[in-house]
Design a protein around this ligand. Structure first.
Ligand code: PMP
Length: 443
């Protein structure tokens, strides 16, 4: 560059300027934006993305953990190519939706019946409505800080802070997330602590008889990507049995952790399971599944169902074809291989942090991981919240990773994909340790 001349704008920077004029914030998705702006994707192949400036990026975000086979996975491309010529949507059922529902039921008999929709958000909405339809109650309980999509009740307490997270009795408060949240949404949503079984049991003893459902994710990203304690799960199970509350397990992200999903790994017997992400093979998807007796709440064979589910694009043939190919190639062996790669990633990164004397570690389970700075134990949303110094460092670590050619989610979590090998996993771990060590102010 000659002195005095501004460097030319990258194509991504120019695209961002253009997008800001027609899209608020210059981004379609709040959670995937980061400063100054993300690179714009041009194409993806396997575990790599090529951005519009021609940079190769190792993709560990995988569209928020939804691309378990990475990009342009040949069997998914073939299935989609075959399906698209036959038409993209019908106001009629297709055999593809039967095949995908059967594939889920074959993995776990608890997923006996399924209704597909277009996002995880919709899946939670459907499951909550189903539970209300069965119980005739309208209140629900969820765990503090846990993300289950952008349906009003599911957003409660998403970003509570020390200034507002306790109510007058020291229990987690029903804190609004979106400005303008109706007070009724807060009143109808009971918030539970993720890692305090006694408090959880006490709250459920008080509110249990009025609850339609308890919604939980036993390995929730916003609770730090750590396992929900068995004692809390026991308290939930006891309350459900005692008070006739239905259990909704949100497996939108964590279904990938086991061939039969995540519930069996935690001894959970849900009434409804919500699914999304990997079951759509990279296309928009959501689903609610459960035993036939529960799913009968959506049954319209005898006239108007107790709860009607619509959706112009629900169970569209492209998603069904891609989802079927995705699941077919994510068999028990593929699940075990990817989980083992995740164990290797965490072990290598943690060894690197230890060798460098850095107070950081990689948490998570199976093919999902999340960076934690500091040495305090992370057990729930509160302890997972970064300190001020850590909150300043994380975006810089994320940026350093991107500069080194590795894309994480903005909070420095990630997911592995089946095209990855030990080579990519070693690269991710080593770059992560380097990025942390090169970032000042948090140690
Ligand atoms: N539940 C969980 C646990 C999620 O992580 C997400 C999305 N990240 C959702 C539900 C919502 O899914 P979607 O973005 O497809 O609406």
């Amino acid at each position: 560059n000659e002195v005095g001349l501004d460097p030319p704008l990258s194509r991504s920077a120019a695209a961002f300027l253009r997008e800001q004029r027609v899209v608020p914030g210059g981004s379609m998705r709040h959670a995937s934006w980061f400063a100054p702006h993300p690179p714009y994707a041009a194409r993806g192949q396997g575990c790599w993305i090529l951005d519009i400036d021609g940079r190769r990026i190792l993709d560990c975000a995988n569209n928020f953990f939804s691309l378990v086979h990475g990009h342009a996975f040949p069997p998914i491309v073939a299935a989609l190519t075959e399906a698209i010529g036959r038409g993209t949507a019908f106001g009629l059922p297709t055999e593809g939706e039967i095949a995908l529902a059967e594939a889920l039921a074959a993995r776990n008999p608890a997923l006996e019946q399924t209704r597909f929709c277009n996002s995880g958000t919709e899946a939670l909405l459907a499951a909550v409505k189903g539970a209300r339809g069965i119980t005739g109650r309208h209140r629900i309980a969820k765990f503090e800080g846990c993300y289950h999509g952008s349906y009003d009740h599911m957003e409660v307490s998403l970003d509570s802070t020390p200034a507002n997270w306790d109510d007058a009795e020291g229990n987690p408060a029903s804190v609004p997330y979106a400005k303008g949240t109706p007070p009724a949404v807060l009143a109808d949503t009971v918030v539970l602590p993720y890692a305090d079984a006694d408090r959880c049991a006490a709250i459920l003893r008080r509110h249990g008889p009025g609850l339609a459902a308890i919604v939980l994710d036993p390995h929730a990203s916003k609770a730090g990507m750590v396992a929900m304690p068995a004692e809390v799960i026991a308290a939930v199970r006891e309350a459900c049995a005692r008070d006739g509350i239905l259990l909704i397990v949100d497996e939108v992200v964590n279904f990938r952790l086991g061939f039969a999903g995540v519930s069996p790994l935690f001894g959970l017997a849900p009434d409804f399971v919500t699914l999304g992400k990997i079951i759509g093979g990279g296309l928009p998807v959501g689903a609610v599944s459960g035993a036939a007796g529960r799913m009968a709440v959506f049954d319209h064979a005898a006239g108007k169902p107790r709860v009607a589910l619509g959706g112009t694009f629900s169970a569209n043939p492209l998603t069904m074809a891609a989802g079927l190919a995705s699941l077919a190639h994510y068999d028990a062996a593929a699940v075990a291989r990817l989980n083992a790669l995740g164990d290797m990633l965490r072990a290598r990164a943690d060894a690197g942090f230890a060798a460098a004397g850095a107070p950081a570690r990689l948490d998570g389970m199976g093919s999902l991981f999340r960076l934690h700075l500091g040495t305090r134990p992370v057990t729930d949303y509160r302890s997972a919240r970064p300190t001020v110094a850590e909150a300043a460092a994380l975006p810089r670590i994320h940026a350093a990773m991107l500069a080194a050619g590795v894309l994480l989610t903005p909070n420095c979590s990630g997911a592995l994909s089946t095209p990855m090998t030990e080579e990519e996993v070693a690269l991710i771990a080593d770059r992560l340790v380097e990025a942390c060590m090169a970032t000042e102010g948090w140690r």
